[in-house]
Design a protein around this ligand. Structure first.
Ligand code: NAP
Length: 461
């Protein structure tokens, strides 16, 4: 009888929206925003404050009590107060005994203190169970409901039960908890909101370095050289010609650098005969920012398209065409159509258009809203197979653009080759190595290694 009734109880839906009482210490921006969201989600909220006077800013369904009174009303206490004020908690140690204290604090600088704020809180109140959570969510996002970009909440703590209770609250607020392990992870979680585009640092610094190098390279070849030898002033090349030289070089080089770590990783795995040994740190970091490298490459490719579109309306180009026509008229000469040149020109333009189209497709599939809607095989197909096809098309676009100028001595000024020739170095290396890795004698062992097979170490006697 009893069992039946308990089964019915378990099956019956829980119609009550009311959840347990949660205490929040601090009626500042974050405390109020979190309190408001919790009340909306069905929790009873009691604030612990230095002043028990309520104000219009405090959610109207919440109680405001002294810290001691508020702490007695809940098993979970969220500390929405800056770390430097935590010492007021020491005299409350007895009331806080066995309670779950949620540390949500952030610092102003990375690794500002020797220990994390959560570990400091655990030292101040050793009898409480400290959990780190919510620090990556902003008060503004909580209040405005614009949590799309920051739905994940990192949670860590030493007490599994306490961590579970906090993760239940996170879920009830419509957010996604991500268990980061013990309280040792708190420092990393606290540093997280202070990082400035961590994944973009390397691609942006690398791009800046390459842009600077190729700018001065092109300036020497295309502006200074003609000025020195022919007394011609081509300084206006700085506005369009040089940027339109740098952008495709950067796009192609960075695209190749998206695929280079993959082939390096394959070589390392083949050499080691296992996938269970970590890659060097630099390679790990490089692999993690491939998406950002690809997006920066796409930005340069798009700029190249824009710069190319304005070529016909440039004064210099119009002058060159008209002066050539006038000289043909004056000399009573007609230049016959060179079909080879026409083929080369149309082919390189067509390869560029196709390459850019696939480049854009790659960029679109890397957007979370799109990549979340394709399965792993589809994503790999686009990013790997289509990615390599993009690299092949863009490399071919550059090679055909070069045409027969590669070996022509006039392409070298002060022994410096045309800048686009340098842009072929990285993609050619990647494509040649990838081609070699496709051979069955290398592809087969590599596939086995990636499926978990390990080559036995050779012992010498
Ligand atoms: P805040 O607006 O300055 O509020 C802090 C609250 O702490 C005050 O309203 C006050 O509440 C209490 N307080 C101040 N001095 C105190 C003292 N000496 N002793 C005891 N209580 C004291 O700050 P906040 O923006 O809400 O941030 C609070 C915590 O949340 C910080 O650790 C911050 O790093 C973290 N955080 C904030 C955000 C955000 O978007 N704001 C995001 C993530 C994490 P009473 O007057 O009620 O006592």
């Amino acid at each position: 009888m009893n069992k039946n009734s308990s089964d019915i109880m378990a099956l019956a839906p829980n119609n009550s929206n009311k959840r347990e009482t949660v205490c929040i210490f601090g009626t500042g921006d974050f405390g109020r925003a979190l309190g408001h969201k919790m009340i909306q989600s069905g929790y009873s909220v009691v604030f612990g404050s230095r002043s028990t006077q309520t104000s219009s800013l405090i959610p109207k369904d919440a109680e405001v009590l002294s810290h001691t009174e508020a702490a007695q009303k809940a098993a979970i206490i969220i500390i929405a107060i800056q770390r430097q004020h935590y010492n007021f908690l020491t005299p409350l140690a007895e009331i806080l005994h066995g309670k779950v204290l949620v540390d949500i604090s952030n610092n102003l600088k990375i690794n500002q203190y020797p220990e994390s704020n959560a570990e400091y809180l655990a030292q101040l109140v050793p009898s409480a169970k400290v959990v780190k959570a919510f620090n990556t969510v902003s008060a503004w996002a909580l209040q405005s409901g614009t949590l799309d970009a920051s739905r994940q909440v990192f949670v860590c703590g030493d007490d599994m039960e306490a961590k579970q209770m906090v993760m239940d609250i996170v879920r009830a607020l419509g957010l996604t908890p991500l268990d980061k392990g013990s309280l040792l992870a708190a420092q990393e979680i606290e540093n997280y909101p202070l990082q400035l585009f961590p994944m973009w640092k390397f691609p942006i610094l690398l791009s800046l370095g390459l842009v600077t190098f190729f700018f001065f390279y092109s300036l020497i070849r295309d502006v200074i050289y003609p000025y020195v030898y022919e007394k011609k002033d081509f300084s206006f090349f700085i506005a369009i010609s040089i940027p339109n030289r740098i952008c495709p070089i950067l796009a192609l080089t960075l695209l190749a650098l998206v695929y280079l770590p993959g082939v390096l990783a394959a070589i390392i795995q083949l050499y080691r005969g296992t996938k269970y040994r970590r890659f060097p740190d630099w390679l790990d970091k490089w692999m993690l920012c491939r998406k950002q490298l690809g997006l920066v490459a796409l930005a340069f490719a798009s700029l190249h398209v824009l710069y190319t579109l304005v070529i016909p309306i440039r004064s210099f180009v119009r002058w060159r065409i008209s002066s050539r026509t006038i000289s043909q008229v004056l000399n009573n000469q007609t230049e016959p159509l060179n079909t080879t040149n026409a083929w080369l020109s149309d082919s390189y333009l067509s390869l560029g258009i196709l390459g850019f189209f696939l480049f854009v497709l790659l960029g679109i599939t890397s957007l979370p809203s799109v990549s979340n809607n394709v399965n792993w095989r589809e994503f790999r197909f686009v990013q790997s197979k289509l990615g390599y096809l993009t690299l092949i098309l863009c490399t071919a676009h550059t090679l055909v653009y070069g045409g027969n100028r590669f070996l022509s001595p006039s392409s070298y000024r002060w022994y410096l080759p045309n800048a686009y020739m340098l842009s072929l170095i990285a993609p050619c290396i990647v494509l040649v190595v990838k081609f070699v890795l496709i051979f069955p004698c290398l592809d087969k062992p590599l596939t086995q290694i990636r499926q978990g097979w390990e080559r036995k170490p050779q012992y010498s006697e």
